[in-house]
Design a protein around this ligand. Structure first.
Ligand SMILES: [Zn+2]
Length: 96
């Protein structure tokens, strides 16, 4: 079981890198990679690593790149991330 989880994490990392590489040329392909990543996460019941977790859209599965696929704003001490594809909004507490 532990081996499966390790393998799953490896796959998640690879898929995320592929998604980041391909989103400029082919958004659909990129979206497919993130979707697969999400499926692996659910099947293997692993947590997505912190560096990846908040870097894609939970609704439309595109990788989030600041200034490209998301817009970012700071209001009332909160960071507001808005997906340019589907309009999904994520709020994060602002820490300095
Ligand atoms: Zn989205």
């Amino acid at each position: 079981m532990r081996r499966i989880k390790k393998l799953a994490l490896k796959r998640i990392n690879i898929l995320y890198k592929k998604a980041l590489k391909s989103y400029t040329q082919n958004l659909e392909l990129s979206r497919r990679y993130i979707f697969l990543l999400w499926r692996i996460k659910q099947k293997a019941q692993v947590c997505i690593p912190q560096n990846i977790r908040s870097r894609f859209c939970r609704r439309c599965f595109i990788p989030w790149v600041i200034g490209r696929t998301i817009s970012i704003r700071i209001r009332n001490g909160k960071i507001i991330l808005r997906c340019k594809q589907c309009g999904y909004i994520k709020r994060l507490p602002f820490r300095d």
